[in-house]
Write a new protein. Structure first.
Length: 500
C-alpha cells in the first residue's frame, strides 16, 4: 500500500537526489496552517491581555519582541497546501522531521535537506507520481516529479530517434510534441526503429521501421508488392536489426477490368498469361485489348471488355387515320361519327449490346404487327336546305350559315383595289380562299349585303374569318363573331368540309 502523502510520517532519506528548483521557480503565496495560526493567536491574545492589565505601550513592544524571538518563520508547500509556522529547527531536514513529512521514492525538495533555515524561507516538497514505461516490450514503473513526456523519458534515460514510435496514454506522439504535451502522461510506450536493408531488383535502400513483420515494414515504406513478385525472407518474417530483404520483380503490367486498374506483374508470354496470373477471366463474349494471343511486353496496358447482350421488345403504336365520307342524308355542315378510330401496334425485337456497362449497339431483329390500326370514319352532310333570313331590305333566301370572326378594313394610302379588281367600298368582303367562292353574296347582320370579292389570311388558328370592307368616309371597326348567311343562288362548287 502506498503511503498517504498527507499523513505525518518520520522523515526518510530520498532514494533519488533532491532537485533544487531554480531561483526563478514560481512560488506559491504564503499560507498559514490552522495549527500554527491557533498557536500565534493564543500567544498574541495573552500579550494583549497583559497589555490591558498594565496599560503600558512598552509592554506591548516587549511582548511583540518576545513573540518574534520564539523561532524562525518559514513556509512549507506540500502537494499544493501551504503551511506557515515558527520553528526552532536548524536545517530543512530537521524542519521536515519536526512536521513528520516523509519523503517517498522520487519526491524532491526545492532546497537541499542540509540547508540552514532562514527567515521567510519557502520550502516546497514535490510529490512524485507513478508513470508506466514500456520500452521495446520491457515494462517498468517510474516514480517522478517530471510532468512532460520529454522530461520523464530523460529522467528514465530513454533516448529517442526521429523514426521511433511513441505513444502517450495510447495516443501517437511526435518527437517534437513531447516538450509541450498538454496533459500529464501516465503511460508512455516507446518502440525504437530498426534498420531494414532492401534490395528491390538491384535497387538498394535502408529503411527504419517500427513494424513487427517484413510485409508491414515494406507496406509502410511505400513498397507495392504484386502477385508474381517474390519476397525473401517471407513477408511474415519478424523484423530484426539489419535484416536483408530481397524483392524479385516480374514484368510490370497494367490490367483495367471491371472498373478497377490493377498494377501487377507477370512472367507469362502472352496477354492471356498475364490475365491468368492476375486471376482475371474472360467469360462469354468478353475480350481483351490487345487480343489474348498478343505477346506480352513490359509495362503493357491490357483492357478487359466485359460484353453482355439482351433482347428488348419495343412497342410502336401505329396511328389511325380519320376518313370523311359524304352522307346525302345529313344536312350540310352536320357531322356524325360512324366508326371510332383505334391505333394499331407493332412489336420489334432489338438486340442490345453493352460493353463495360455502356450500350454500344442496337440491332433490330424482327418486327411483328400485333394489332392493325382501325380508321376513324366521320360522315358529313351534303344535303342543302334553303331557308330565309330577315334583312333590312326584306327576307332573303340563304343556303348556308357559318359562324365567323368579323374584322373590317378600308383603303390605306390610296390602295383601294381588291384581289378581283373591284374598288374597295362598303359591300365588298374578303375571306380565306376556298372557304366561300368568289362573288358569293353574303348577309352579315348590322353590316348588310356583301359580295366576296377579296381574299385575306384568316385567323391564327382558324380559316373561318371575314373582313368587312368600307370606303374612306364610312369606315366602322369590327372585332367580333357573327353569323354569315350565304345567299342563293347555290354555287356549282361547294366546300362541304369547312374547318372546325
Amino acid at each position: 500500500m502506498e503511503p498517504d502523502p498527507e499523513a505525518p510520517q518520520p522523515v526518510t532519506p530520498p532514494r533519488t537526489p533532491p532537485v533544487i528548483l531554480p531561483d526563478n521557480s514560481p512560488a506559491a503565496p504564503p499560507a498559514i496552517s490552522f495549527r500554527s495560526a491557533r498557536r500565534r493567536l493564543t500567544l498574541l491574545g495573552g500579550g494583549l491581555a497583559l497589555l490591558a492589565v498594565c496599560g503600558m505601550c512598552a509592554v506591548l513592544v516587549g511582548a511583540a519582541a518576545a513573540l518574534l524571538g520564539q523561532g524562525t518563520q518559514v513556509t512549507v508547500l506540500v502537494s499544493g497546501e501551504a503551511y506557515t509556522l515558527d520553528t526552532h529547527a536548524r536545517t530543512v531536514g530537521d524542519l521536515l522531521n519536526e512536521m513528520k513529512i516523509a519523503m517517498n521514492e522520487g519526491d524532491t525538495v526545492s532546497v537541499p535537506l542540509e540547508s540552514t533555515l532562514a527567515p521567510d524561507m519557502v520550502v516546497q516538497v514535490n510529490r512524485a507520481r507513478r508513470v508506466t514505461l514500456n520500452v521495446d516490450g520491457d515494462s517498468r514503473v517510474l516514480w517522478t516529479t517530471a510532468t512532460s513526456p520529454a522530461d520523464i523519458l530523460y529522467v528514465a534515460g530513454v533516448t529517442l530517434g526521429e523514426h521511433d514510435r511513441i505513444l502517450i496514454d495510447g495516443t501517437e506522439a511526435s518527437l517534437a510534441s513531447l516538450d509541450s504535451w498538454p496533459v500529464m502522461a501516465a503511460q508512455i510506450t516507446v518502440k525504437h526503429a530498426l534498420p531494414l536493408r532492401i534490395n528491390d531488383s538491384g535497387q538498394q535502400a535502408v529503411i527504419q521501421t517500427t513494424d513487427d513483420t517484413v510485409g508491414q515494414a515494406l507496406f509502410d515504406a511505400g513498397y507495392t508488392l504484386y502477385l508474381a513478385d517474390v519476397v525473401s525472407p517471407d513477408i511474415n518474417t519478424p523484423v530484426t536489426a539489419n535484416l536483408e530483404v530481397t524483392i524479385q520483380r516480374a514484368d510490370a503490367v497494367t490490367i483495367v477490368a471491371d472498373g478497377v486498374t490493377l498494377q501487377t506483374r507477370s512472367h507469362g508470354a502472352t496477354v492471356a498469361d498475364a490475365l491468368a496470373d492476375a486471376g482475371v477471366a474472360l467469360i462469354g463474349l468478353d475480350y481483351a485489348v490487345p487480343a489474348e494471343d498478343t505477346p506480352l511486353q513490359p509495362r503493357m496496358s491490357i483492357n478487359v471488355i466485359r460484353v453482355t447482350e439482351e433482347v428488348q421488345v419495343e412497342d410502336q403504336p401505329v396511328a389511325y387515320e380519320t376518313v370523311f365520307q359524304a352522307d346525302p342524308s345529313l344536312e350540310l355542315d352536320q357531322r356524325q361519327l360512324v366508326q371510332n378510330g383505334q391505333n394499331g401496334l407493332t412489336q420489334t425485337r432489338i438486340r442490345v449490346r453493352y460493353e463495360n456497362g455502356t450500350e454500344v449497339s442496337r440491332t433490330p431483329e424482327e418486327t411483328v404487327v400485333v394489332r392493325q390500326a382501325q380508321n376513324e370514319i366521320i360522315a358529313y352532310g351534303t344535303m342543302i336546305v334553303l331557308r330565309t333570313v330577315d334583312t333590312p331590305d326584306g327576307p332573303r333566301e340563304y343556303w348556308r350559315r357559318i359562324r365567323m370572326y368579323a374584322t373590317s378594313y378600308h383603303p390605306v394610302n390610296g390602295d383601294n383595289i381588291t384581289g378581283t379588281g373591284e374598288i374597295l367600298r362598303k359591300g365588298i368582303v374578303a375571306v380565306v380562299p376556298g372557304v366561300i367562292p368568289y362573288y358569293t353574296q353574303v348577309y352579315v347582320p348590322d353590316y348588310g349585303i356583301g359580295v366576296v370579292a377579296d381574299s385575306g389570311g384568316g385567323l391564327p388558328n382558324s380559316d373561318l374569318w371575314i373582313d368587312l370592307g368600307y370606303g374612306e368616309d364610312d369606315y366602322q371597326s369590327w372585332h367580333q363573331y357573327v353569323d354569315v348567311y350565304l345567299l342563293t343562288p347555290v354555287p356549282d362548287r361547294i366546300n362541304y368540309l369547312l374547318p372546325e
